[in-house]
Design a binder for this molecule. Sequence first.
Ligand SMILES: Cc1cc2nc3c(=O)[nH]c(=O)nc-3n(C[C@H](O)[C@H](O)[C@H](O)COP(=O)(O)O)c2cc1C
Ligand code: SF4
Length: 509
Amino acid sequence: MTHVFVPRDAAALALGADAVAAALAGHATVVRTGSRGLFWLEPMVEVETPEGRIAYGPVAARDVAGLLASGLLDGAAHPLRLGKPEALPFLAQQTRFTFARCGIVDPLSMDDFRAHGGLQGLRRALELGPARIVEEVTKSGLRGRGGAGFPTGIKWKTTAAAAGARKYIVCNADEGDSGTYADRMMMEGDPFTLIEGMAIAGIAVGATKGFVYTRSEYPHAVATFDAALAIARREGLLGERVLGSGAAFDIEQRVGGGAYVCGEETSLLESLEGKRGQVRAKPPLPAHQGLFRMPTVVNNLITLASVPFVLAEGAEAYQAIGFGRSRGTMPIQLAGNVRCAGLFEAGFGLTLGELVNDIGGGTRSGRPVRAVQVGGPLGAYFPPALFDTKFDYEAFAARDGLIGHGGVVVFDDTVDLARQARFAMEFCAAESCGKCTPCRIGSVRGMEIIDRIMAGDRVDANLELLRDLCHTMKFGSLCALGGFIPYPVMSALTHFPEDFRALQKVAAE
Ligand SMILES: Cc1cc2nc3c(=O)[nH]c(=O)nc-3n(C[C@H](O)[C@H](O)[C@H](O)COP(=O)(O)O)c2cc1C
Ligand code: SF4
């Protein structure tokens, strides 16, 4: 029977992919894949033909009978026919290093994984040995994709050199940033790549145990990843002798309780140890004293999943693309009020305008773009006047913003930035771990001040107080939750000052 590919990614499931698969069953061999990341076309169904795969989308279960009658299984014409997926502009413009297999392979087939280049990075890592793996990762220029952009090679070198009876690899899959889903897509679409990356990290630093800390809101990712772990053990990718070598490595998955702050690495470690997720003061760094006070690498999922490519293709191939000190690719996640929402993996250096207007196609509502929040709830709001900012850690920092985990959330001209600033303080108050005063108390005071401003009450004096509070939070908070909340607040104030004076204007009129 002809092979038909239907995603099992949570985004596609939410849009009815299971019903589409059920309608196709019996007519074709249905293979469930991850998503290619073109969410506005989900469920996107692909058919194996002599010329390669042909895509159709968005397909609803009620379309299936008509599609079959039109010759779907031969890749025939139909209003939903999209053609070859790799020729779709959204995919053709990407550089897929990390997500090369996602949406193509059956995520739980080790044969498929191997047939599409899986395990080559791990094999090379085993040949190179620990010191040269670290050297290769350092040379690649790979920086942490969790937000801070810290060089991965340096983190691994520090952990490798640290003394400890045991060492750990901890994968941060808490993915709390608004508008982000790259970690989830990888766990659901290509989980063996993460397992391979973690095994390479383990060999590099001398760790035999890894943990993946997954957010509780990802039930499909949790189930797929647990199934992948069982297969990886059976196939010798994990266990006492990784791929028949002398190296041992195994992984356990743990599901978080749903706190944003548990994505902060030390809070995550507390949570993994079974304690309340509260931030630890640094030093000691997790690389020296992390999980159970042992040397620990804490890396974002995408950081770890980028490593197999680096090892398989070589550091030069990875660092050859990018911009400035941001090397390699970033899976950028377009979300919010955007026409073409989805995952766009590309070398650093695209401008924000290119991402939002050319690739994202502007707003879904058709109204003008007014603001874009990049980098999750701690990221700044940028107006179109800053759309020439390049997607790069340093370029965003130079404009008081951050790229975080690569989330780009688009807003049209109906957004009220004073309300968004209030929301930032409200979010901080709800998610604060409570350990330090500027964040615990400051966020509540921040909400109250913005409420007064929005009510038109002594606006100038309260704006001054808000700026002062932001300064205190930025420089006095223990971690980046309280420390970075001033970014969305101050960017709203700087770039959209009129929203904070709406009532004042009404009063004057
Ligand atoms: C409040 C807060 C939330 C965070 N949430 C996440 C998260 O969900 N995922 C993540 O990878 N890093 C998150 N981080 C960053 C981590 O503390 C840490 O820098 C990261 O996991 C290190 O991995 P990397 O070097 O690969 O980026 C968060 C940081 C803060 C302050
Ligand atoms: S800034 Fe907030 S989240 Fe971070 S340690 Fe202080 S109270 Fe906890």
